[in-house]
Write a protein that binds this ligand. Sequence first.
Ligand SMILES: Cc1cc2nc3c(=O)[nH]c(=O)nc-3n(C[C@H](O)[C@H](O)[C@H](O)COP(=O)(O)OP(=O)(O)OC[C@H]3O[C@@H](n4cnc5c(N)ncnc54)[C@H](O)[C@@H]3O)c2cc1C
Length: 481
Amino acid sequence: MPDVLIIGAGPAGLSAARAARRLGAAVTLLDSSDELGGQYWRHLPPSRPSERESVLHHGWATFTALRSELETDDGCTIIRGASVWAIETRDGRPGAVFAVIGEPDGAGRSQRVFEPDALVLATGAHDRTLPFPGWDLPGVFTAGAAQALAKGERVAIGSRVLVAGAGPFLLPVAASLVATGSTVIGVYEANRTKSLLAGWLPKPWQLLRAAKKGTELAGYVLNHLQHRIPYRLGVAVVRADGTDRVETVTIARVDASWAPIPGTEQTIAVDAVCVGHGFTPRLELALAAGCALGADDFVTVDEGQQTSVSSVYAAGEITGIGGVDLALAEGEIAGHVAAGGSVLDARLASALAHRRTYLAFADRIENAHGIETGWQGWLTDDTVVCRCEEVSYGDLCGAVAATGGASLRSVKLSSRAGLGICQGRVCGRTVEELLSTLSPGHSDGPGHSDGPRSAAADRVRTDRRPIAVPLRLGELAAEPG
Ligand SMILES: Cc1cc2nc3c(=O)[nH]c(=O)nc-3n(C[C@H](O)[C@H](O)[C@H](O)COP(=O)(O)OP(=O)(O)OC[C@H]3O[C@@H](n4cnc5c(N)ncnc54)[C@H](O)[C@@H]3O)c2cc1C
């Protein structure tokens, strides 16, 4: 039986580990976090436990069943606090996988090198927020951060909070904010009614297969009604203002391309604002392993979740944004096939059916709630684009003009956008999209080796990070144990 190494212990990785174990493979499951569950199943600090943690999360019983099955299984080694920082490939197969183990900023972390027969990548996604004037003020949160604080700490980001952006994720975020004591004064979705109808209405009977999602949605609608939270379409936050922290936000109606419609601005007093425009896959390890990306900029996989690299599988949000149920189904398929099983095996039938259902659901989300290009119309010259290096939109325009805009590398080096502590995780996609607008001549050519959306002619992309997590120089120099 093969040794299967799984990176990421969110829904996809946990499900992959269980499926691989059920076929008898020796499994090692790594996660940089000190808890299992990923972004979806979070945990309160041990000092502030909840008597009924299950009411704080959807599907908590699914999680606890997965966790106890894996924790009590001698064939599954779980290593928490293990951050994978590099992957080498050998002859088109996974080679060495390098991890540091210990507190993220701690000294004396140990190092491990793994050489598995098969590798499952389940590294998830970051939440994405488009920049707008004032988004760097204290009190402005990404939707994911607000959700993480609410679910993982029971901390409310403010008492009077406006939620805005795009996508169904805004609904659970609003519900969590209410549950932690915030007053949510409105949820504002940038896409307009027509876009939502075009995304959600076709072949409505297919939605019946995802009835569970309908029940969840009904819960959120009820929550909105109970707490009198308005839900408005075709409206975006276009600026935030305040002296030491956010005090007001300006919302405006936007057209179908998300360009703000002049004269529709309205200023609202808030003490916090929470904005999310979807998710960006965490691709650095997949790129390091040599996995090909598709036109949608996610890792491409075949029926058995195998990537373009032999014995490297991918599951969950790095293959497309589809939520927890899709991640669980993909994880099960990836783990089963990585352990030597076949997609034709009867025991995968249910996971394959779930994957079909939730892939169709994910398409609807993208069609209804995808990011349009007109948001660039709400940027001003002094809007910060790269928060780590404090690079403004004006600086970026200057760098593009000075370098001719042909090379993302030149634009990054001359403006420093994407070179700060987050290594472009927050601003990378934004910088690429701005560069392709500012340099309209630069489209990606055919035969592009890094995937289709590397913004500039030099084929550089911001997702490529040779060292995937922050590492001390001493750790880099040390011989792994
Ligand atoms: C901040 C945030 C909050 C979210 N909250 C919700 C929510 O409340 N409800 C909802 O429906 N959806 C939520 N989502 C969407 C959610 O991520 C997915 O639906 C689901 O968790 C995807 O599962 P996954 O297994 O693909 O990835 P994840 O759950 O993201 O799991 C990926 C795991 O990989 C680990 N990892 C990544 N890189 C490395 C590395 N280099 N080394 C070691 N480990 C690594 C991470 O620590 C993480 O535990 C949230 C997303 C984000 C970004």
